[in-house]
Each structure stands twice: as structure tokens, then as C-alpha cells.
Design a protein around this ligand. Structure first.
Ligand code: SAM
Length: 336
């Protein structure tokens, strides 16, 4: 009979762990051509062998052609690997591609103008490409800030921005636990695969600080072992309202790709719970207020002086009565 320790030795690592080990080994060795299993965007590989070796490829997102790559000519030292979270350097996660896809698919619609055009856009936890932020930038032409807490990821995004000549985008370090108060607030915040670990949940405080009152947040993340629900349960429903879209625009495309792979006899280790992102749209609860002048008492000459002053003050006091939250009316037009 196997002992407990034998049993744990024989236990196969989970699928997520295997993927993570593979990606981590790849960035450690500087070999960044490791397979990123599913691509929502087609595009030719880069002709330059150095860029090609670093996973460089073009992303054809509906006419816009963006070049993305991984750490061309850069090596990771042990400090890089042990410091800030490296999950965004390990690979371009499907959630990021899905959020980019969401933006691109809407780019010609009226809804797109309402949601993204002329808005200040912030991407949090962009990872090494910030693909969703790049797509937003190339379609809106408005100011987009792509940020991450990991210096290597930011460095790579900065090089991608320069390579694509995108003038309206900037990338810098932004740690969710220390959001800057020197940057103006944003109308739109996007984030993908940024709620998996409990230590990531401080992202909601960062959003609170960086989002304008009427702003909107778009997040993509898979359920992944209940982690998305755990995050949503943490959100204070008095101040935030959200909708969880289980069947977002990218679902059909991913399903078609899986069917095609199966028909071609390609074994897929795609697991909906671990990999298939959902879309969360989040906004502040805004309460309509009515102003009411409190009873207007007029001071009279017969009142003692002290009383007359008190009455004057009361005359000027206003009552602000919060009314029914109107957030539902604000979120529903965004669901298309
Ligand atoms: C799973 S990765 C997702 C990366 C990218 N959005 C994607 O989907 O490919 C999570 C990202 O969050 C970033 N991150 C984690 N904790 C952070 C923090 N406290 N502040 C800022 N970024 C953080 C990591 O550096 C990483 O790039």
C-alpha cells in the first residue's frame, strides 16, 4: 500500500501547475518561444530571427497590425525572478487576448464610441504585452496608460509601444497597493486575469482611487476554482454594482477553435473552469440626491441674540437625501 508520502510523490502536478512550471522554466532560461496555446488573433510571425525567437508576432486585430514580442535580447536575473509577481511575464494569458478581442469586435459600433472613445483609459496588471490596452489605444486614439507592478513587464510594454509607434500610450509601474495620487483619474479601467490570488484583491482599492465617479471597469477572468466569485464577494455592494457576463462575445470563437482542434485530432487540455474568461463590468453606485432647504425660520427682533444666530444658521442648512441607486440604468446600455 502506498504511504502518504509515496502518494504525494506519485501525484501528478495539476494542469495549471504544469503550465506554470513550463512557462517559468522558459523565462528563466531566456527561451521565450514557448507555446502560448490559443490565439484569438491571427498574424504572421516576425521575419527578424531575434524578434521571432522571442515570440515576436503580428497581431491582426481587424486592420490594425500590432507587433508584440517577449523581452527581445533581455535575460532575467535571479532578482527579477524572485521579486514582484512574475505571472504576467510567464505568458500572454487568454483573458488579456479576450479583453483585446472584446474591444476590437466593438470598434466599429456605436456602443464603442460611448464606451471607449474620448475616454482616459487605464490598464492595470497588463503583463508583458498589455495587448488589450494596445488595442484600445490603436482604435480610440485617446490617452491610454498601460501599467503593471512588475518592472520587467513594464519594460517590455514600453519597447512594444515604441516599436509600434503608438503616440497616445504610455506605460509605467503601478502597484495596486500604492496607487499614485499624482495621476488624474480614468474613465475606463481594464484588467485581465488580475483576481486569481487573494493578494490581488487590493486591486479594488486601487480601482476606487483611480476611477472617476461615472467611470466603468471591464475585467476578464476565468472562474478558476472559485477565485472570481471570491473576488466578487469581496466587493462592497453598497458602493459598487457589477454584472457578470457568462457568455461574452469571445465564447463562440473559442468554442469554434476547440471544435476545429478536436476535428483535426489535436488533443486540447483546455478546461473551461481554468481557462475560459468571463467578463465583469463594474461601476460605482451613484445615488441621486435631492436638495431640500430645511424649514425656513426667520429670526425675529424679539428673539435673544444667541437664538437669532442659531436660527440663521439653520435657515442655511440643506438636507441631502440619497435616493434609489440609479446604477442599473447606467450599466445596462453597456451590456451590448
Ligand atoms: C496573471 S497576470 C495577468 C497578466 C496579463 N493581464 C495577461 O492576462 O496576460 C497578473 C498580473 O498582475 C500583476 N500584478 C500582480 N500583483 C500586482 C500589484 N500588486 N500591483 C500591480 N500589478 C500586479 C503581475 O505583475 C501580472 O502581470
Amino acid at each position: 500500500m502506498p504511504t502518504d508520502s509515496n502518494a504525494s510523490q506519485n501525484k501528478k502536478p495539476s494542469q495549471g501547475k504544469r503550465l506554470w512550471n513550463k512557462a517559468f522554466k522558459a523565462i528563466k532560461s531566456g527561451e521565450t518561444t514557448f507555446e502560448e496555446p490559443l490565439h484569438l488573433f491571427s498574424g504572421e510571425e516576425h521575419a527578424d530571427p531575434v524578434i521571432h525567437k522571442s515570440g515576436g508576432r503580428y497581431v491582426d486585430c481587424g486592420g490594425q497590425r500590432l507587433l508584440i514580442f517577449n523581452f527581445v535580447g533581455r535575460q532575467f536575473c535571479s532578482e527579477d525572478l524572485s521579486s514582484v509577481d512574475n505571472t504576467g511575464n510567464a505568458r500572454l494569458w487568454l483573458s488579456e487576448e479576450c479583453l483585446a478581442y472584446y474591444i476590437v469586435k466593438q470598434a466599429t459600433s456605436q456602443a464603442f464610441y460611448t464606451k471607449f472613445v474620448n475616454k482616459r483609459i487605464l490598464e492595470l496588471g497588463s503583463g508583458k504585452t498589455g495587448l488589450a490596452g494596445l488595442c484600445a489605444a490603436s482604435y480610440t486614439g485617446t490617452s491610454v496608460h498601460i501599467t503593471d507592478g512588475n518592472a520587467k513587464a513594464v519594460e517590455n510594454v514600453q519597447r512594444i509601444i515604441a516599436e509600434n509607434g503608438l503616440k497616445n500610450v504610455q506605460s509605467y509601474l503601478l502597484d495596486w497597493s500604492k496607487p499614485p495620487n499624482t495621476v488624474s483619474k480614468f474613465d475606463v479601467i481594464i484588467a485581465s486575469d488580475c483576481v486569481y490570488f487573494e493578494r490581488y484583491h487590493c486591486i479594488i482599492d486601487c480601482i476606487d482611487q483611480m476611477l472617476t465617479d461615472m467611470g466603468t471597469v471591464y475585467m476578464a477572468a476565468p472562474y478558476r476554482k472559485g477565485s472570481l466569485e471570491k473576488f466578487l464577494l469581496k466587493i462592497d455592494r453598497k458602493n459598487w454594482e457589477y454584472v457578470l457576463i457568462e457568455n461574452p462575445v469571445w465564447n463562440a470563437t473559442i468554442q469554434a477553435m476547440q471544435t476545429e482542434a478536436r476535428e483535426n485530432g489535436v488533443m486540447s487540455d483546455f478546461d473551461d473552469d481554468l481557462h475560459l474568461p468571463k467578463l465583469v463590468i463594474l461601476r460605482r453606485v451613484i445615488r441621486q440626491c435631492t436638495l431640500q432647504i430645511e424649514e425656513c425660520l426667520k429670526p425675529t427682533n424679539r428673539m435673544p441674540k444667541r437664538e437669532s444666530t442659531r436660527v440663521k444658521q439653520r435657515t442655511q442648512r440643506v438636507l441631502i437625501r440619497p435616493q434609489k441607486a440609479i446604477v442599473d440604468k447606467r450599466i445596462s446600455p453597456l451590456l451590448c
